[in-house]
Every structure is written in C-alpha cells, then in structure tokens.
Design a protein around this ligand. Structure first.
Ligand code: SF4
Length: 396
C-alpha cells in the first residue's frame, strides 16, 4: 500500500463528492457548473442526490467494499442548502456506504450566507470541516470579483463557524485579481492568518470559458481588451509573499495552492492528488475509478434540469465517460502528484504505469534547480513550483 508521506494516509483512498450547483448570481469570473436560482429546490435536489447514489451503487456494488475516507459538498453554494437537507443526504450516504470513523466531511460556505444557527445546523448534520469562500478582505477586490459579502462578513462568518463548533476551518483566498496589489494580497493573507484557520487555500485567478464553453464576463472582457490582469511576475511575487506570511503563522504550504497547520491537510483534495477514487453525485459532478492500470472518469450532466430529469426517471445521468489508459493516467498522476510538497515516487509511478523512465530529464531538472530528491521521492523546488505544468510536461 502506497502511503502519502505528507498526510500519512493511504494514497489510493475513496471519497465521495456531492455537487450542489445553485448560486444566487454568477460571479463574473466563475467557470464552474452552476445554476442560478432565487428559490432553491433543496428537498428535490436532496432526493435526486440520494436517487443517484442508489443508481450508482446498483451499477457498481463494489463501491460499498471500502470505507469512505471523505465526503465533500462543493458547489455552487452548498451553504444555500438547508441544513436539514444536508443532514438527510449525509444520513442516506451513511446508510448506503461504510464510512471511516474519522471521515472528513467538508462543506463549502459563502460568508454571505453563513450565520451561527445555519452553521450549527451543518455541524449537527455531521459536517466537520468548513471551507469559507473569503477570497479577499479588500472591498475593491471583492467588488471586482462580484462578491456581495464585505470584509467584516467574512470575519463574522469565521467566528460563527467557531461558535457553531467547527474545529477545522479553511479559508479560501484569491490573488492575481485585476487591480490587486502585492501589498493588498499580503494584507489578505495577514487578516486570514489572524483568524487562526487550520487551512488556507490560495488560488491564482484564472480567466477561462465555463464548462459549457460559454464565455464568462471576465473572459469576454479579456478578449475585448477591457480586463487588465496583473502580469506573471507580479502574480509570482504575490504567491511567494502570501506563502511567507502564512508559513510565519504556522500554515505550511503542502501543495501549490494549499497551506495547513500540521495534520490539517485537506484529506479529500489529497485523495485527488494521490490517485484515489471518487464517487461523484449531483449535476456536473466528476467521478473517477481505477480500472486495471488505467481508469474511468465520468462527468454527470452539467445542466441541472437535465440531471434532475434523468435521475428522477431512474437513468444514470452520465454526460461523458472518459477511459484513461496507463499512459494518460501516468501523466495525470505526475501532474497532480508534483503539486504536493511531499512529491512523487517517480520510480514507483513509472513501474506502476509501464512508463519509460525519464531519468535523464529528472537529472537535468535537479541540476537546474527545479526538482529536488526527498528520499525515494522527487518534489518541485520553490522555483519549480512556478513552472509546475512545464516541468510535468518534460517528464512525459
Ligand atoms: S464563484 Fe462560487 S459563488 Fe460565484 S457563481 Fe461561481 S460557484 Fe457561485
């Protein structure tokens, strides 16, 4: 059994992802699978998620053979889901699948809709980790991102999470936003660290089309020359400076975009980075399972009405099924594994996937200061982390 040295957990674990697609409005940079709704059909959606679970288990009973190490409720805005419905979904999952005793159960919450009573409802429903979408404490940056919460809403939401009994809280920050300065990004990191979270995810803003190929407001403005993103050098400076502030507060960077106090790494995300399997439920949810030396990735119908219609008619809501051969899986495991500070056991990966050993390329990357050995593993250096995609490409 391969163990990830960073998390100390079995690398190939099983997790369950539930996608809750509803949001009150679309943020201008958002390329996620979402559905805009004023009134959220929470009970209907919960019934459909539990219905899809039964369809998936009927199709592949082997899902019940291993305990779930993590459940992740992502979105969209899962904190718009009534806590009673979240509880019903979690109970239904626990009835159908074995759950590890210490399973990590996360929910993404938007500070705009995160008061103590609501968060206490999630805690009582079994959620034990909260991921708060703070993004920034700068009013101008929040306005650019189209977020409707204020800096103090974010701090209130964090305190509400503690008051509701959450001992494991993650804060999301974003940088590389038009108009954001290095000083602003550093101040965001300082204010987030001052809240003493167990985890911070710090993402660089990427401007892409959404999953249906439609332009986001930002991608259209960028194409029209009406959006000025900070240049790469400025973003690299922000990433490094944010990492330093967080590290000084005990939040070690354990993955390109993730920082945690010891023992509080995101178990669910670590599962993706280390080649674990995930059962996925909900509109647009993406699941993965191993299949010999390769794997199978399934993407659910991205349109929420079509996903609901399929599940309610008793049909599997598949939109895409992608078979990954050993070579494709190797490339993916390499790309994701190199994100981790614990690195990748390259020799093991080559052997597992029958890949040609890229020893010469590895030696050159070590010599040039992009890669470093740690025991039998290799990881990106600080310099290498900024060129993660390019370095992965040199090893395939
Ligand atoms: S960024 Fe988050 S809150 Fe904004 S529209 Fe997308 S999923 Fe919803």
């Amino acid at each position: 059994m391969e163990v990830d040295p960073l998390t100390g957990l079995e690398a190939a674990r099983l997790g369950l992802y539930v996608h809750f697609p509803y949001c009150l409005r679309r943020c201008p940079y958002c390329d996620f699978t979402i559905a805009i709704a004023r009134s959220i059909p929470g009970a209907r959606y919960a019934d459909a998620v539990l219905g899809e679970l039964q369809l998936r288990l009927a199709q592949r009973p082997a899902w019940t053979e291993r305990p779930l190490d993590s459940i992740y409720l992502g979105g969209g805005t899962p904190s718009l889901w009534d806590p009673a419905e979240v509880g019903r979904v979690l109970q239904g999952i626990a009835r159908a699948l074995p759950l590890a005793v210490d399973a990590e159960i996360s929910l993404e919450a938007n500070p705009e809709v995160a008061d103590t009573a609501r968060l206490a409802g999630y805690r009582a429903a079994g959620v034990n980790r909260l991921s708060l979408g703070i993004q920034s404490f700068e009013p101008g940056v929040l306005a650019t991102l189209g977020r409707s919460h204020s800096p103090s809403d974010a701090e209130d939401a964090f305190r509400a999470a503690r008051a509701a009994g959450f001992e494991n809280v993650s804060a999301d920050l974003i940088h590389g936003v038009p108009g954001q300065s290095l000083a602003g990004a550093v101040e965001d990191a300082r204010r987030a660290a001052a809240l003493r979270p167990e985890h911070v995810s710090s993402y660089v803003l990427t401007v892409e089309r959404d999953h249906l190929g439609a332009e986001t407001v930002f991608s259209r403005r960028l194409r029209q020359g009406r959006l000025a993103l900070p240049d790469d050098a400025a973003v690299v400076e922000m990433v490094d400076a944010v990492g330093e502030v967080l590290a000084a507060s005990g939040l070690e960077r354990y993955e390109i975009s993730s920082h945690a106090v010891p023992g509080r790494h995101s178990r669910h995300n670590a599962l993706y980075w280390t080649g674990g399997e995930s059962l996925a439920l909900g509109a647009g949810a993406v699941g993965f399972r191993r299949d010999g030396a390769g794997g199978l990735r399934t993407t659910n119908l991205r349109s929420t009405p079509r996903w609901l219609e399929a599940v309610e008619a008793g049909r599997l809501p598949d939109e895409e099924r992608e078979t990954l051969g050993p070579e494709a899986l190797y490339e993916e495991r390499l790309l994701l594994g190199l994100r981790l500070r614990s690195g990748v056991d390259l020799r093991r990966l080559w052997a597992e996937h029958g890949a040609v050993p890229r020893t010469t390329a590895v030696e050159a990357l070590v010599r040039d200061g992009f890669l470093e050995p740690v025991g039998a593993r290799f990881r990106l250096t600080g310099r290498g982390a900024h060129l993660h995609q390019e370095i992965s490409a040199r090893l395939v």
